[in-house]
Design a protein around this ligand. Sequence first.
Ligand SMILES: Nc1ccn([C@@H]2O[C@H](COP(=O)(O)O)[C@@H](O)[C@H]2O)c(=O)n1
Ligand code: CDI
Length: 160
Amino acid sequence: MMRAGIGIDVHQFVDNRKLIVGGVEIPHHKGLKGHSDADVLLHAISDALLGAAALGDIGKHFPDTSPEFKDIDSQILLRHVGKLIDTEGYRIVNIDSMLLMERPKIAPYITDMRRNIAACLDIDTSLVSVKATTNEKLGYIGREEGAAAHAICMIETREC
Ligand SMILES: Nc1ccn([C@@H]2O[C@H](COP(=O)(O)O)[C@@H](O)[C@H]2O)c(=O)n1
Ligand SMILES: C[C@@]1(CO)OP(=O)(O)OP(=O)(O)OC[C@H]1O
């Protein structure tokens, strides 16, 4: 059986934070604020996978009130989500994702992001797509106050 999942995440740009997207540290004068490393792309992908398996969302699995997850590398969270999907008897068919960020340009880092995501989930890089768009200077993204990411995925039950 095939199942689809969707995930959306938003984080605010602030001073004195590293900008981490898709497990890649990107040089920029601001970073994203969060309880974890605020990797908006990995959070959207984690939520899409959890949603596909009807396992809730990342806030349920990794509460932002727990000191355990303070400043945590979101690749660790995604790896855990991948294990849950596997334990439930599913295989990841593909992931597509879209980062909405006015600046900086992330195109030079997409190959590394795809590789990181695939490694966390123990799947082939060809199954992971990462894309980006600006918000044409409109709204909170256009004003560079924050960034968002959307992700969808397909999973299927493994053959026994
Ligand atoms: N943060 C971003 C946003 C966009 N890109 C790339 O630029 C291309 C043009 O973006 P538009 O919003 O004008 O469509 C787009 O195709 C992205 O590949 C980026 O690298 N980083
Ligand atoms: C990842 C968690 C936990 O550290 O915290 P944040 O970095 O604030 O990210 P968010 O997208 O709000 O998801 C909630 C939490 O699961």
